[in-house]
Design a protein. Structure first.
Lengths: 177, 100
C-alpha cells in the first residue's frame, strides 16, 4: 500500500514541521519550517486528486506569502523573541499558566478527533465517489468558479484591493508635521 | 484507499497546533504564522470533504481561503511594521495601551 505509507509520511512531516514552527525562538527558522509543512500539505492535496490546489499552495503560500513574511523579518531585524525582565515577570509567563494553555490545546485536539471520528462516513474511503478526470481538470474547476461562485470571486477581488490599500496606508511612514 | 477520518484527524491536529501557537508564543510574527497553520488545516479538511463528496466545491473554497490568507498576511504584516516602528519590539505584551 504505497498510498497509505505516503499519506502517513507526509502527514508526519506536516505535523512535525508545524510543531517545530511554534517551538522555535527564531522566526526565520519558523518560516523555513512552515514552508516544509506547506510542501507536505501540497503532497496530501495531490493524493486527494487536487493537483491545481497543490500547485497554488506551493506558488501562493510558499512562494508569495512566506516570502512576504521573510522580507518583514529581515526588514525588522529582530530575529529573537525578546524576553526582557518585565516580560519574564508577566503574570501570563508563569509556567503553570503556560502548562494550562498546552493542556487546553491538547484537549482541543482530543475533542476535535473524537467529534470527527463519530461522523457516520468517517471510515469511508475518501476516493470512492466522483470522476477523477473531472475533479482534477482545471477546466471543470474554472467552470464552477466562474458560474456558481461568481459573486464570491468578485467579492475576493474587492477584498484584495482593500487589503492592498490598507497595507500601503498602514505601512507608509507618516510625515512629521 | 485512505479513510476520510484520517485526513480530518491530521487537520484537527494541525488546527490545535496553530491554536497553541497563538496562545503560547510571545512574538507577533510567530502568531501570524500560527494563524496560517490554522487556515491550512481548514483547507485540508475542505479538500478532503470535497473529494469524499466527489465535487470540486472543496477546492474552490480552498482558493478563497488562500485569497483571504494573502490579504490577512499583507494587512497583518503592515500592522506589525507600524507597531515595531513605535515600540522597537515584537512582543504583544508591549502593546497594552490603546493610544500613544
Amino acid at each position: 500500500m504505497p498510498d497509505t505509507v505516503l499519506f502517513y509520511v507526509f502527514s508526519a512531516v506536516a505535523v512535525g514541521a508545524s510543531l517545530l514552527v511554534i517551538g522555535q525562538r527564531n522566526p526565520m527558522y519558523s518560516i523555513m519550517l512552515l514552508i516544509a509543512s506547506f510542501g507536505a500539505l501540497s503532497a496530501l492535496y495531490i493524493q486527494l486528486d487536487a493537483p491545481f490546489v497543490a500547485m497554488a499552495q506551493i506558488i501562493v503560500y510558499a512562494g508569495a506569502i512566506m516570502v512576504l513574511f521573510l522580507f518583514v523579518v529581515m526588514l525588522l531585524n529582530a530575529p529573537h523573541e525578546d524576553a526582557a525582565q518585565w516580560d519574564r515577570a508577566h503574570p501570563l509567563r508563569h509556567p503553570g499558566v503556560t502548562r494550562f494553555g498546552a493542556l487546553l490545546a491538547t484537549l482541543l485536539t482530543v475533542q476535535l478527533v473524537w467529534a470527527l471520528l463519530r461522523m457516520s462516513d468517517a471510515g469511508a474511503a475518501v476516493g470512492a465517489r466522483g470522476d477523477v478526470s473531472e475533479l482534477t481538470s482545471v477546466r471543470s474547476l474554472g467552470r464552477v468558479l466562474f458560474t456558481d461562485y461568481m459573486f464570491a470571486f468578485e467579492a475576493t477581488s474587492v477584498l484584495i484591493l482593500v487589503a492592498m490599500v490598507g497595507a500601503v496606508v498602514l505601512a507608509a511612514r507618516q510625515e512629521q508635521r | 484507499m485512505i479513510p476520510l477520518g484520517h485526513y480530518l484527524v491530521v487537520s484537527a491536529i494541525l488546527f490545535a497546533i496553530g491554536t497553541a501557537g497563538v496562545f503560547l508564543r510571545r512574538n507577533l510574527i510567530t502568531i501570524l504564522l500560527s494563524i496560517e497553520i490554522m487556515l491550512n488545516a481548514v483547507n485540508l479538511s475542505f479538500v478532503a470533504f470535497g473529494r469524499s463528496h466527489g465535487t470540486v466545491d472543496g477546492q474552490i473554497i480552498t482558493f478563497f481561503v488562500m485569497t483571504v490568507a494573502a490579504a490577512e498576511a499583507a494587512v497583518g504584516l503592515a500592522i506589525v511594521i507600524a507597531l515595531f516602528r513605535h515600540r522597537e519590539s515584537l512582543n504583544p505584551d508591549a502593546f497594552t495601551s490603546l493610544k500613544w
